[in-house]
Design a protein around this ligand. Structure first.
Ligand SMILES: NC(=O)c1ccc[n+]([C@@H]2O[C@H](COP(=O)([O-])OP(=O)(O)OC[C@H]3O[C@@H](n4cnc5c(N)ncnc54)[C@H](O)[C@@H]3O)[C@@H](O)[C@H]2O)c1
Length: 244
């Protein structure tokens, strides 16, 4: 069956990668929209909306999807905690899939990062380092934030209380209950993420490198087919992959 899609952010790097990955006939784009475009009747015709655009656009897209009772797959990142909450609240009315990273390898890393946080005592101090291309507009990456959420879940921590974005100056000793997140930028890096758990006498590391955006595009398209017909609720790529 063909899945009919409205794609928001269609002219961007990810929008173009999704169009390329969808060329096998299982998907049809009823609208390829970008900033300033009128959506018209597109939502009525679609089975699902995919958003890979800008954080300021996501809430409006989700509200419109609620009006038409259509599911949404969100890839966009860069939302602050309050924006994220408002968007997720709409999952009471429609199915929402939202992942900071739609690649299979990274979703395994999410899974193992949570398991490591559960298994290792808190004296194994976790730090996340991410690298992206120079055009990326938000930091830290949505993927780094998703890894951080997983580690906090594993440790029963509240992310907002423990996150430390980079360090400078006379910082004092590292508090044990802290989660460092560091962003570096340059060149054409598609997305590198490393999580390190620093113990006394050993260091445990999980690492993922994306070399082609098609891995995100394929994951977003699989999520789009998967979410059609699902009950309202908040889902992640982990649900699509059955990794819960
Ligand atoms: N979840 C994932 O797997 C994943 C992977 C890569 C990128 N991303 C995220 O996806 C988003 C897009 O990434 P990109 O590399 O394609 O960025 P990009 O800058 O190349 O493209 C963004 C596109 O969105 C458009 N846009 C901006 N504001 C808009 C609005 N209000 N309405 C409609 N369109 C608008 C821009 O014109 C542009 O064409 C970013 O937030 C990025 O971090 C997510």
């Amino acid at each position: 069956m063909t899945t009919k899609i409205v794609l928001n952010g269609a002219k961007g790097r990810m929008g173009r990668a999704i169009c390329d990955a969808a060329s096998d006939g299982d998907f049809e784009f009823v609208s390829l929209c970008d900033i300033g475009d009128e959506l018209g009747d597109a939502f009525k015709l679609a089975d699902v909306i995919i958003d890979f655009s800008h954080h300021s656009a996501t809430l409006g897209i989700v509200e419109k999807a609620v009006d038409h009772l259509k599911p949404v797959v969100i890839g966009t990142t860069g939302h602050d905690f309050a924006e994220r909450e408002k968007i997720i609240a709409h999952s009471k009315s429609i199915p929402l899939v939202w992942s900071g990273n739609y690649s299979m390898g990274m979703n395994l890393l999410f899974y193992f990062a949570q398991k490591a946080a559960e298994a290792l005592p808190e004296l194994y101090e976790a730090e996340i380092i991410e690298a992206h291309h120079r055009h990326k507009k938000d930091a830290p990456s949505g993927t780094a934030m998703d890894i951080a959420r997983r580690i906090c879940k594993g440790r029963n921590w509240n992310l907002e209380d423990v996150i430390q974005y980079g360090r400078e100056g006379i910082t004092g000793e590292r508090p044990r209950k802290q989660l460092g997140v560091h962003a570096i930028r340059g060149g054409d890096v598609v997305g590198d993420h490393t999580v390190q758990f620093f113990g006394q006498g050993e260091r445990f590391e999980l690492r993922h490198q994306a070399t082609d955006r098609k891995v995100f595009a394929q994951g977003a398209l699989s999520s789009a087919s998967w979410v059609v017909g699902k009950a309202p609720g908040f889902y992640e790529m982990q649900d699509v992959l059955g990794l819960r």
